[in-house]
Design a protein around this ligand. Structure first.
Ligand code: FES
Ligand SMILES: [Fe+2]
Length: 384
């Protein structure tokens, strides 16, 4: 299948008015040609979240990431700045480091060419007879890296406007939460057997909570009180007000930033393409998704507490309870999203109508159509 068929089907779906909107067509989830288009027009261009700045606190702390097929390392340098570099050796092009950890220098596992935390080649064994070689000529290519409200973002696009410009409306919307001060207490990576968009969409709607999550958090949120406003250019969002299923779900008594109903309101933020944040008055958790083929998604999953709960003597207990709950919730979401991907591959798969509670999915479809097919979103938004 060429990308033309899924693109045409997506464009047709995106042009429907919201009261008659349907889910995206199966082909956009299953076509490898369309995935190649997503890599080219989305993942090679957008800012991608790779975690929390606080998780790279010390000089030499690093993480690695595969961005649109490019191996990347992100680290804290000796001067305390966050830096991102190509994770490919300048000798015979081995990848350099893996996973996360702390290093004083980057030593290639093949022939031990050694780089400083500034990306400069510091040493290369047995190269003195190579008269044409000068180690000062070798510096790892740098990649754009920015910090925004405590998050680390990287992009391969040299021209993209900064994260803080793109996401300024989000910063305004959630400023009273003080998200920049929330502390990450756990961070994991996983691969699930579904398309990245199925998992992103699952996060964007809380319509599934009472059913998919009946055994965990499903009973705590009232769908009738849910607000799903239209999204903006770079993100969509919705709010849920809930009686806390955990003691940390509502604002801590010492939290003086949030008032009234905001003390028990959760923000669900979907920052395009795939940074998904649940921000509650007492804790947060997030996913950052990257496709791994059409049928698998690689994710970073992390979370932690607001500063008030971090300062509470029971912080460790709160984190342990939160992690156990989220692990159970993830098992439920994994089951639902992997079932959707199996269904999408069926010959009988047809997209059905969306509920008004799935408004963010409609906005996500417009974003995707804008990036991959040239759909004019400004026209669609203005027409409402
Ligand atoms: S490939 Fe890295 S030192 Fe040879
Ligand atoms: Fe869910």
């Amino acid at each position: 299948m060429s990308p033309a068929q899924p693109s045409a089907e997506l464009l047709e779906a995106a042009q429907r008015p919201f009261p008659d909107a349907k889910a995206m067509p199966p082909s956009v989830y299953t076509s490898t040609a369309f995935l190649a288009r997503e890599i080219e027009t989305i993942f090679s261009k957008e800012w991608m979240c790779v975690g929390r700045s606080s998780s790279l606190a010390q000089p030499g702390d690093y993480l690695t990431y595969e961005l649109a097929g490019q191996p990347v390392m992100v680290l804290r340098d000796q001067a305390g700045a966050l830096r991102a570099f190509s994770n490919v050796c300048l000798h015979r092009m081995s990848t350099l480091i893996e996973g996360t950890g702390n290093k004083r220098a980057i030593v290639c596992p093949y022939h031990a060419w050694t780089y400083g935390l500034d990306g400069r080649l510091r040493g290369a064994p047995f190269m003195t007879a190579t008269t044409g070689f000068c180690k000062d000529d070798y510096v790892l290519p740098s990649i754009r890296c920015e910090e925004w409200l405590g998050w680390i973002y990287i992009t391969l696009d040299r021209e993209r406007p900064s994260v803080s410009t793109t996401l300024a409306p989000v910063a305004d919307m959630v400023s009273d939460y003080g998200m920049e001060n929330y502390v990450e207490c756990f961070r994991e990576t996983h691969v699930w057997d579904t398309n990245w968009k199925v998992l992103a969409e699952n996060f964007m709607e809380s319509y599934h909570l009472p059913v998919c999550h009946a055994d965990t958090v499903g009973g705590h949120s009232k769908l009738s009180e849910m607000e799903c406003p239209p999204g903006l250019a770079a993100f969509n969002y919705h709010w849920i007000t809930k009686e806390a299923s955990l003691p940390i779900g509502n604002a801590h008594p010492s939290n003086t930033r949030l008032e009234g109903r905001w003390r028990k309101t959760t923000a669900l933020l979907a920052l395009y393409p795939s940074h998904l944040i649940t921000l509650t008055p007492g804790y947060f958790w997030y996913l950052s998704l990257h496709p791994k083929g059409t049928g698998q998604v690689a994710m970073i999953f992390g979370g932690g507490l607001s500063p008030e709960f971090m300062a509470d003597p029971r912080a460790d207990e709160y984190v342990a309870t939160l992690k156990t709950l989220l692990d159970d919730v993830n098992v439920e979401d994994r089951g639902c999203t992997e079932k959707v991907f199996r269904g999408l591959n069926a010959a009988t798969a047809r997209a059905g109508h969306l509920s008004y509670l799935e408004r963010p999915i409609y906005d996500f479809m417009h974003y995707l159509a804008d990036r991959t097919t040239g759909f004019d979103r400004s026209f669609a938004l203005a027409a409402e």
